[in-house]
Design a protein around this ligand. Structure first.
Ligand code: IPD
Ligand code: CA
Ligand code: CA
Ligand code: CA
Length: 252
């Protein structure tokens, strides 16, 4: 299954790079001036959904666009799609965005894929393949650093609001980084150049990344150490085990 998925993602990436080269995409507002969607987001989700349906007609799809955002995660095989993660970066920077895809079976995360489209860089893996890969290379788990020893990715609004002690947590780290693309934060964690990521996220934002963090024995949760709900937007906390212990002390 992973070989097929990687092929779909590479094809989808090429479609996005072509749209950028030809400057052919149309931008719309969703909930606000800064919450954007383009026709490319929608068409890439359709492209991936078609491939999935041809591959496994019994699978269901949970995706950000096209009214597919309410599918439950816990029944049968579910493919979770974020066709462009970091749409604002896609529109404003034409780089620093990802395609993300994850596979769940009966609610258990099996495979995650995060593709940095403009750098042509793929991170993928999970329990189904027993490891995490950077393109074709098996990755070693990142060092188990304390909160005070590493950089931390965060959503800017929760940092500013000190939502669930987020500002205190950020100030105890070596520094806060705001990338505007959840997928790039997860890639930074998997590479070991960031100790974690804390943000308000939807299931398609954290599915692929949390599957690969789990494979590395790292820690993640929703607010107040509750399991993630895989429904609406919620606080996501993903860290090394040692940094999670530090964060639990701060919150207590
Ligand atoms: C967004 C990005 C952003 C994060 C938001 C997400 P989208 O995804 O990952 O970094 O802070 O919470 O919604 O909407 O561009 O796919
Ligand atoms: Ca969006
Ligand atoms: Ca996203
Ligand atoms: Ca998106």
């Amino acid at each position: 299954m992973e070989k097929e998925i990687i092929q779909w993602i590479y094809e989808a990436g090429e479609k996005i790079r072509t749209a950028i080269r030809q400057e052919t995409f149309v931008v719309d507002q969703k909930s606000s001036r800064t919450d954007l969607v383009t026709d490319v987001d929608k068409s890439i989700q359709d492209f991936l959904a078609d491939k999935i349906q041809q591959f496994d007609s019994s699978a269901t799809i949970l995706g950000e666009e096209n009214g597919q955002d309410k599918t439950p995660i816990d029944k049968g095989r579910v493919f979770v799609i974020d066709p462009i993660d970091g749409t604002l970066n896609f529109v404003m920077q034409k780089e620093n965005f990802c395609i993300m895809l994850a596979v769940y079976e009966e609610g258990i995360g099996q495979l995650g894929f995060i593709y940095d489209v403009m750098r042509d860089d793929l991170f993928w893996g999970g329990r189904k393949v027993g490891g995490v890969y950077h393109n074709e290379d098996l990755l070693a788990p990142p060092p188990n650093k304390r909160l005070s020893d590493g950089l931390l990715g965060m959503g800017i609004s929760i940092f500013a609001d000190n939502y669930y002690h987020t500002r205190e947590i950020g100030e105890r780290s070596m520094g806060v980084r705001v990338l505007g693309c959840a997928g790039l934060d997860f890639i930074a964690i998997l590479k070991g150049i960031q100790i974690g990521y804390i943000s308000l996220l939807s299931p398609w934002d954290y599915a692929a990344g949390s599957i690969m963090m789990e494979q590395f024995g790292m820690a993640f949760s929703g607010a107040e150490h509750q399991p993630l709900k895989f429904q609406d937007r919620e606080l996501f906390i993903g860290l090394t085990q040692a940094a999670m212990d530090d964060v639990i002390q701060i919150i207590a």
